[in-house]
Structure formats: C-alpha cells, structure tokens
Write a protein that binds this ligand. Structure first.
Ligand SMILES: [Fe+2]
Length: 130
C-alpha cells in the first residue's frame, strides 16, 4: 500500500488529468517506499522527478482551465506556484529525517485535498456550463 491510494472518488472526470494525477501519486509513493526501505539516498532524485512531473501536469491543467474560460484560473495557478515553492523548501533542507516525515505528510495532504477540492471545482464548473 502506498502513501496515497488513488480511487474513483478522486476522478475529476477528465481522462488526461486523471492519468496525470495517478502518475503523480505513483511518483510520491515511489519516494515514500524508498524511505520505508531505508533507501534515503534515492529520495532526492525521485522527488526531483516528481516535482518536474508536477510542473508538466500543472501546465496541462492550467491550459485546460484557460481553454474553458474557468474563472478560478488565477487563484488555482497560485496554489500550483505555492506547491512548487513548498517542495523546493523541503529540498533545500537536505532531507533530514524530521524534514522527510513532514514532507510526506505535506505531500499526501496537499495532493489529496487539492485533487478532491480545488481540481474537482473546475470540472464541476465545466460540467455546469455544458
Ligand atoms: Fe490543480
């Protein structure tokens, strides 16, 4: 069992975005599993990969919201910027033990809440317009 388990309740109803969310969760789980195996040396590279993938995914989401004239786009973009900054802050702290456990609590909470709340909000809006 990973740190986060994707299930249908997390679907935003857009296949491309669901696939990316699953991939993002997979990358977070991979880093978490490295921690559980005491393979801490692998974590920096895995987290960097996760951060890069998150950037690609945020671009997909933002252009989707833009194409659909979603009024919450700017506020949503700020949440993505914040996430990137927070992850970078953890990276700068050199992955000390306490920092690492905080990081995984942060990642699992952020991703779950962001997908369930912020991301679902734009699909609800798009659906109400259709
Ligand atoms: Fe998002």
């Amino acid at each position: 069992m990973g740190l986060i388990d994707w299930d249908e309740t997390m679907s935003v109803g857009v296949e491309e975005i669901d696939i990316q969310h699953r991939q993002l969760i997979l990358l977070v789980n991979e880093s978490y599993e490295a921690l559980q195996r005491h393979d801490e040396d692998k974590i920096p590279a895995l987290l960097e990969k996760m951060k890069e993938y998150a950037a690609v995914h945020f671009e997909t989401e933002e252009s989707y919201m833009k194409r659909n004239n979603y009024p919450g786009l700017e506020a949503h973009k700020l949440k993505h910027v914040r996430f990137k900054k927070d992850v970078e802050e953890f990276q700068q702290k050199k992955y000390e033990k306490t920092n690492l456990s905080k990081l995984f609590v942060y990642l699992s909470r952020w991703l779950t809440r962001h997908i369930m709340d912020e991301d679902k909000r734009y699909t609800v809006y798009m659906r109400s317009k259709a």
